[in-house]
Design a protein around this ligand. Structure first.
Ligand code: PBG
Length: 330
């Protein structure tokens, strides 16, 4: 004979709003968000990005305004990406080493005007190269590992000197975390953090970002000889292990939602701070669904961000950061 009533009713704790709040296992707050911003030359400039509806490139004054907005919303950190004018792009991406490049000017202006928030700077050569790759090419077009790593060390020191709080190498060269950490220590940047893009996949979700930094039309071929194969998870654990051993303070998984299994496995295996990047193509997918009338933006944004927290993330880089923070503060 089966019992007439269920012994335990899991619906009981879901029956009212106060109870759902009381039993929530995961919290999402504006402090979990990192806001990626694109920088443009000029002043008073706002350039909307067609493939990222609702996202613009801002000149440095606009970046500072966004920094104040982030601070007032409780967002702890901003991530910066420059759109380098074409005449400053080159085969070797030397503009990355210029102490007065767009990135460094934006970092200095932000740290000066809004010292209360953190500034994360992306380390990779793609915003500066004429071929759109993250590193230096050999005659066959292969991205050289160690020569690129040397250039990235110079780029990282340049950003740290400008005041960057978090160096975030997104290039996937082997050994670059150790090389950058050693150089930062040697330059007395002891408290400059490294958040490594440890498990970064060769992904179809980066298209709108490449529009935003102006590298889409320039990129020859793909990035599969350095970014990871979407088939692989064990390899992600090896990447994370290496970056931690080399001195990374935290690790990132990228893209985000399609790789939540990687987030959960990394968190379980290493018990270190893990971040995820909800990338441009993910943002564009949500906005396209909203524009098509297929879904509502606000609950979808909050649900996806909660999913990152549930999977084990300490925080999420998302283009919806300011919007989400406004919803969370309401
Ligand atoms: C470049 C870089 C990319 C992103 C962050 N840093 C693109 C790429 O690897 O081609 C993608 C972010 C996004 O799509 O939002 N090193």
């Amino acid at each position: 004979m089966t019992a007439q009533y269920p012994a335990l009713r899991l619906r009981r704790t879901r029956a009212s709003d106060w109870s759902r709040r009381l039993y929530a296992e995961t919290v999402l707050t504006p402090a979990d968000l990192i806001w990626p911003l694109f920088i443009a030359e000029g002043s008073g400039v706002e350039e909307p990005i067609a493939s990222l509806p609702g996202v613009s490139r801002w000149s440095v004054d606009g970046i500072v305004a966004r920094g104040r907005e982030a601070r007032d919303l409780g967002i702890p950190c901003i991530a910066l990406f420059p759109n380098t004018p074409g005449h400053l792009r080159s085969e070797m991406g030397e503009e990355a080493l210029n102490p007065d490049n767009l990135m460094c000017r934006a970092v200095r202006a932000l740290k000066d005007a809004v010292p209360e928030i953190g500034v994360l700077t992306d380390v990779a050569l793609d915003p500066y190269t004429s071929h759109g790759h993250d590193g230096l090419l050999d005659a066959a077009g292969y991205v050289l590992n160690d020569a690129t790593s040397d250039a990235l060390v110079g780029q990282a020191l340049n950003q740290a000197a400008a005041g960057s709080d978090i160096i975030a190498p997104s290039d996937m060269m082997d050994g670059r975390i150790g090389a950058i950490r050693e150089a930062l220590e040697g330059d007395s940047h002891h408290n400059v953090q490294i958040m490594s893009y440890a498990a970064k996949y060769a992904s179809a979700f980066y298209g709108p970002f490449r529009d935003a930094v102006g590298s889409r039309g320039l990129l020859k071929g793909d990035k599969k000889t350095y970014q990871m194969d979407s088939a692989n998870a064990e390899e992600a654990l090896r990447e994370v292990a290496l970056d931690l051993a080399e001195g990374a303070d935290s690790v990132m998984v990228k893209p985000g939602l399609p790789y939540l299994d990687i987030v959960a496995r990394v968190k379980a295996a290493f018990e270190v701070p893990v971040f995820a990047y909800q990338v441009s193509g993910e943002y564009a997918m949500i906005e396209a669904a909203v524009a098509a009338g297929a879904a509502e933006r606000d609950p979808m944004v909050l649900e996806t961000l909660m999913a990152f927290k549930r999977a084990g993330c300490s925080g999420v880089l998302t283009y919806h950061a300011a919007h989400a923070a406004r919803l969370l503060n309401a």
